[in-house]
Design a protein around this ligand. Structure first.
Ligand code: PHE
Length: 386
């Protein structure tokens, strides 16, 4: 940088010559106009308006001029710099607008594209219904008890007072896993349970063997609710399935009577179907209960109003007013004796019913096959109960 000098002629300072300033200005404006994107403009700004740009360097020379030359040079350089800065600002605005427009197009989200869904599963309504029933009994102090699905014949039949010539024992109803006397190896849980080597192994045909296991495992009083899968040699059709579910109840205590059975049934249907829904008992026969009954509940849809009323038929109970639930009765003293419980001191009641059937009339499921096919379109409408 030159020192102040009285004889100094600004025209002689190369950078401050009007042509030089004009050239610097033109170069800058041309470069700005030619900047195709924001990055290029950034480079242009450094080159033409930055600290080391010709106009900035020229500006720096001004201070060294004699006072009279300073104003003239200052005006010239100042105007040029002002113009360059304005052009930069304008070009910046243009390029930013262009970029924003491009981003809007390139990064646009097509909200009509199909979304990637992670489908929510749902628990099977049979499971949730069984758990709901268990809850009703757990709330009354019952304990949940389970037994093996491959069961010793002794538990499934003999101990329940089902004699060897009872029709339920015929192969027609029962899946036999091991013939009597063949031993029970391979049938988990059943092997140790088989009462002696003579007992064959079956897929349990009902949950009643859990009654026996519960009585053998515990001292009375016994209050258990036994949910589980059971098996019978039925073909799968709209109303049958070879694999289905039951819930079994057993109460053994001092002084239990049929009134306790009835009250318990009424409480259960009240909790599941509405407080005013009642049960009725019709005489029936089961080898393991005496007396035995078939239990019905008042139709929770028409509450009996459809009976003899052809104008208002009821699909749920076929206008019968009652829905059949399952079997029940007072535990046969022979069963208590087989389990080492003194029938002189203790009495009990039991009942058992099918869950598929209950699900059918509770939710208007018309075809039992829907329950076993595992299609989420069947389970999902029941909600994602946990
Ligand atoms: N176990 C019987 C059945 O499967 C139902 C039942 C259970 C009957 C308990 C009486 C008492 O049909």
């Amino acid at each position: 940088m030159s020192a102040p000098n009285k004889s100094y002629d600004p025209v002689e300072v190369e950078a401050l010559k009007p042509e030089a300033v004009e050239r610097a200005r033109e170069d800058a404006l041309e470069a700005i106009a030619g900047a195709g994107d924001l990055e290029a403009l950034h480079e242009v700004r450094i080159a033409h308006a930055g600290d080391r740009s010709p106009l900035a360097l020229a500006n720096r020379e001004i201070g060294a001029l004699p006072p009279k030359a300073r104003a003239d040079a200052g005006k010239r350089v100042g105007r040029a710099r002002g113009e360059v800065n304005k052009a930069l600002a304008t070009r910046l605005a243009e390029l930013e607008a262009e970029r924003d427009e491009r981003v809007l197009v390139e990064e646009a989200v097509d909200v009509t594209l199909p979304a990637r869904r992670a489908p929510l599963g749902a628990r099977h309504p049979l499971t949730t219904l069984m758990e709901r029933i268990e809850d009703v009994f757990v709330a009354m102090g019952y304990e949940v008890a389970e037994g093996p699905e491959a069961e010793a014949e002794w538990f499934n039949f003999d101990a329940l007072n089902i004699a060897p010539d009872h029709p339920a024992r015929s192969e027609h109803d029962t899946f036999f896993l091991h013939a009597p006397g063949a031993g029970a190896e391979g049938a988990e849980g059943a092997a140790d349970a088989a009462d002696g080597p003579g007992s064959g192994v079956v897929l349990r045909t009902h949950t009643s063997p859990v009654q026996i296991r519960s009585l053998l495992d515990r001292e009375p009083p016994v209050y258990v609710v036994c949910p589980g899968r059971v098996f019978r040699t039925d073909e799968l059709d709209a109303t049958h399935t070879p694999v289905f579910h039951q819930v079994e109840l057993l109460a053994v205590d001092e002084g239990l009577t049929m009134a306790d059975l009835r009250g318990t049934l009424d409480h259960m249907v009240g909790a599941l179907f509405g407080a005013d829904i009642r049960t009725r008992l019709r005489p029936n026969y089961f080898p393991f209960t005496e007396p035995s009954a078939e239990m019905d509940m008042v139709c929770y849809v028409c509450r009996g109003d459809s009976v003899g009323n052809p104008d208002r038929p009821c699909r749920t109970c076929s206008s019968e007013g009652w829905i059949e639930l399952g079997g029940c009765g007072m535990v046969n003293p022979r069963v208590l004796t087989a389990c080492g419980v003194d029938p002189e001191r203790y009495s009990g009641f039991a009942f058992g019913f099918g869950i598929e059937r209950m699900l059918m009339f509770r939710h208007n499921v018309e075809d039992m096959r829907d329950m076993v096919e595992g299609d989420v379109r069947f389970t999902r409408p029941f909600g994602t109960e946990i």
